[in-house]
Design a protein around this ligand. Sequence first.
Ligand SMILES: [Zn+2]
Length: 440
Amino acid sequence: MIATTSWDLLVYGGTVLTLEPGCRAITNGAVAIADGRIAAVGPAEALLDQAPTGEVLDATGCLVMPGFVNTHSHLAMTLLRGLADDLPLKDWLEGHIWPAEREHMNRETIRVGTLLAAAEQLLAGVTTTTDMYFFDDEVGTVLAEVGMRAVVAESLLDFTTPRCSGPDEMLERQRELIEMFRDHPLITPAVAPHSPYTVSAANLVREAELADEMDVPLHIHLAETRWEVEKLLEEKGVSPVAYLADLGVLSERTVAAHCVHVSPEDIGILGEFEVGVSHNPVSNLKLASGVSPVPTMLEAGVTVALGTDGTASNNTLDVLRDMQVAALLHKGTGGQPTVLPARQAVEMATVDGAKVLGLDGRIGRLSEGMEADLVCLDLTGAHATPLYDHVSHLAYAARSSDVRHVLVRGKVLVNNGELQTIDLEEVRTKAAEIAEKIAG
Ligand SMILES: [Zn+2]
């Protein structure tokens, strides 16, 4: 039923993949948007007849779908992309990444790196991203200016960061960040203790209490490497997952990045506490951290979404690529071509991402009342021809360079492949200047 004709924008002419349960794609469909929300979804003809006012956006030849959701990243690490590759995690972090961060990450470089990350992600159809890094008041401000949706958190570690002298100051900055973006339409503030092996038990508990008190997500790296599991077993006598559960850190507000080395008991705990898992297949492969038992977690009812991790370990923020790698990886390692079918992979990159970040009901599907975060992917290329099944193409054939239009909260941020709110040339120039200093 079409209830209104006062739409701000009508996206028409493409095939609409709503991702509503049981709903197939609507050929020659349209999405009507009013006040940043989806006012109607249906056949283009019917909606065009009833849209006397507002703008129109031609999506002919496109698949119109919910934007991709990146559930784990460190955005300004774009400035460190390709700086040090092909190293073990510990050497890579301690010998290259942390020293570069200490010396070069400050408010201004974080701003440039975040803008670069926003540009890259929007051009790849990512409408919601995540950041756990430093100067996150700046990160949130930049992303809000650009018009991108994000969950942002100042990292907490037991040692100093480029911004803070210690955990007490980090907690204070986190509290300020939460106050700053409370009820913001695009930016969701969070807390982010770095990991069970870099944050003391007392500080992990303080973080969980802050997340509870302020009702915000808690984002943490968890069970990423075998080394981490062995360290926790040796020092605490339990796995990292059991350790966090014992401390009261795990809940439905937890976003646990990686979960590579998790036992069946750990998976039971993740399910019991309704923890959202962010699967980062490319980062895990590149750092040889291992392969997360995603099919087992899914079978146990754990919600698993996708993350890119920072670009020093991926080296892109291309969620579509991580989705395609995930769809292939678990078939190959498990010897089962039926696991992680195309539709499930696409849901991990969209609606399940929204769920993991606590944004379900607002984004992740295209239906009336949801916020209008959507992407138009041009599926007329040679690599997408012929076209029997849009979902199959998404999981196995499409490229992020197929993205034509991107909308967040009804605002067009990419139009015909062109960024509308970011001066990419200026950002590239500034990033290159910073990179020259980092390279020394
Ligand atoms: Zn990470």
